[in-house]
Design a protein around this ligand. Structure first.
Ligand code: AMP
Ligand code: GLY
Length: 430
């Protein structure tokens, strides 16, 4: 098969790294890719959101199968376009991608199909939103309806803070049109976990759970980011809980989307709060998480490509995947300034030494190759720049290897958290 992966982050590097290993894959391309991906795939200079450009290139290069990484092109209808042109593709249509593109759509679907979640109200009028907040009291959660790069959520401790969030999202439009409508919902207490499943329109195949670290600072402090690290397995998500998540959350969502005329193909990523009343859904994403995907690919023993093709073909019902018992853990290295304005262009050294650590893979997320003098160097070109991923018999062992590799990377322009996996490590120590 001639395979194209769309995207340019750590998630896409991990997917390409795994797919490149498949005996089914004769040629692997990535649009637009990055210097890390270039080691396992041919990068083509077409942006992930250039729907016309990708469709043209796919036809010209006779691509057999396309895997779409990020949500942007999904929401823009890349899958609809490629399917209409007869191309086999993994990922949801624009209609099914609304599950991530609109929190209001998602919450209404949950209500209609009985998926456990926080109670909520939808508002387009700031006065009504504030009245609802005053009536319900704090803590309470205010969310912009549309895509806001993971930043459109305020967990308000007080009514005043929630009112302030309404003003900034709806009146000042800090997230632009994403804040035209708000969802205001119940504050849920518990431990968070992410759960992933492959879906073929009708059937869902469970993958595994992971936990990420959303805030920028050690001890889960500071502002939210796209994710500073992740690990798997998650001890709390044992087999009975996994079965419950499939039965109560994933399967009703798959049935609901099909019944609404928007059957879902691709990967469902459920953000869960494990409350004392059972798992509740905070949100769904319609793609692999990043950096979670890096950990999933480290732990996946089976060939990924046939599973993706089976999902696209509606053939997941009898499919099975095998996983390493080993834990996986990834430490994100970000450019100084992230999650504000990251510093670009700083030189990164020591990548080879880091990758030489046993059971470590260094995934590129936001890098660029440059010629400086007579040398080819890798420089930072984004907020989250590298994912240093490791496998080990325990989370603690994987953590140790990952930081051993992090410490070999010579990059004054970047930083990482030092405590990725702390919850699991603490649990393992009993
Ligand atoms: P979301 O983008 O909806 O996943 O929200 C981002 C983060 O905000 C989540 O990972 C949670 O930490 C927090 N959060 C979102 N919704 C709630 C809620 N209803 N109760 C408590 N925390 C929440
Ligand atoms: N790491 C969270 C996400 O990919 O949305």
């Amino acid at each position: 098969m001639r395979v194209l992966v769309v995207g340019s982050g750590g998630r896409e590097h991990a997917l390409c790294w795994k797919i490149a290993d498949s005996p089914l894959c004769d040629a692997l391309f990535c649009a637009p890719g990055n210097p890390g991906i270039a080691a396992v795939a041919t990068c083509i200079p077409v942006s992930a959101e250039d729907i016309d450009g990708i469709a043209l290139w796919v036809a010209k290069e006779r691509i057999d199968f396309v895997m779409v990484g990020p949500e942007g092109p999904l929401v823009l209808g890349l899958v609809d376009r490629l399917r209409a042109e007869g191309v086999k593709v993994f990922g949801p249509t624009a209609a099914a991608a609304r599950l991530e593109g609109s929190k209001a759509f998602m919450k209404d679907l949950f209500a209609k199909y009985g998926v456990p979640t926080a109670w909520y109200g939808r508002f387009t009028d700031p006065a009504k939103a504030k009245a609802f907040i005053s009536e319900k009291g704090a803590p309470i959660v205010v969310k912009a309806d549309g895509l806001a790069a993971g930043k459109g959520v305020v967990v308000a401790r007080t009514v005043a803070e929630a009112h302030q969030a309404v003003d900034s999202m709806m009146t000042e439009r800090v997230f632009g049109d994403a804040g035209r409508e708000l969802v205001i919902e119940e504050f849920l207490e518990g431990e968070e976990a992410s759960f992933f499943a492959l879906v073929d329109g009708q059937n869902a195949l469970p993958l595994i759970a992971a936990q990420d670290h959303k805030t920028v600072g050690d001890g889960d402090t500071g502002p939210n980011t796209g994710g500073m690290g992740a690990y798997s397995p998650v001890a709390l998500v044992d087999e009975p809980l996994q079965a419950r998540i499939m039965r109560e959350i994933i399967e009703p969502t798959v049935r609901g989307l099909a019944a609404e005329g928007a059957p879902f193909t691709g990967v469902l990523f459920a953000g869960l709060m494990l409350t004392k009343d059972g798992p509740k859904t905070l949100e769904f994403n319609v793609r692999f998480g990043d950096p979670e995907c890096q950990v999933l690919m480290m732990r996946l023993k089976s060939d990924l490509l046939p599973a993706l093709v089976a999902a696209a073909d509606g053939q997941l019902a009898h499919f099975d995947l095998r996983w390493h018992d080993d834990a996986g853990l990834v430490v994100v290295m970000a450019a100084n300034g992230y999650p504000g304005t990251p510093e670009k262009g700083t030189v990164i050294d020591g990548l080879k030494d880091a990758a030489a650590v046993e059971d470590v893979v260094v995934f590129h997320a936001g890098t660029k190759a440059e010629i400086q003098g007579d040398k080819r160097v890798i420089v930072a070109n984004g907020g989250r720049v590298l994912g240093v991923a490791a496998r080990g018999p325990t989370v603690a062992a994987a953590q140790k290897r990952a930081y051993e590799a992090v410490d070999k990377i010579k990059w004054p322009g970047g930083f990482s958290r030092r405590d990725i996996g702390w919850r699991a490590v603490k649990r393992e120590q009993g």
